[in-house]
Design a protein around this ligand. Sequence first.
Ligand code: THU
Length: 134
Amino acid sequence: MLTNEIRARLIQLAGEARQWAYAPYSNYRVGAAALTSSGRFFTGCNVENASYPNGLCAERVAVFKAVSEGEREFLAIAVVTGNGGTPCGACRQVLAEFGLDTMVLIADAEGNLKQEARLSELLPGAFGPGDLGK
Ligand code: THU
């Protein structure tokens, strides 16, 4: 169970990471912060590209940073946008790879928590490692 202190920390970190968003095309800036089971925090922002499909969402930047440093268990991830937007399907799928129990916190730029849900609720019927015998 997440504490309010951890919720606040995740939203704060995601909001701070959002300042680094590189989003000259959409102007939709996103920040994310993930907490792993070993207690480490990893942040990310969206990074766009002139060749549009090559950009990456904030959530996946945070997750890939964590995985690239040996972390594979995510307790929670917060995503902060200007309007409290929800994580895209691709980011849900990437999170699902590492477990469906991850809590997802969705907040706006003022730090208001708009929604909190388990990944299994956000991606019901997820395709995952088990489907490939892993
Ligand atoms: N974006 C994210 O970073 N996370 C999401 O879950 C939704 C979309 C980014 C991608 C792109 O840079 C911009 O928001 C507009 O789609």
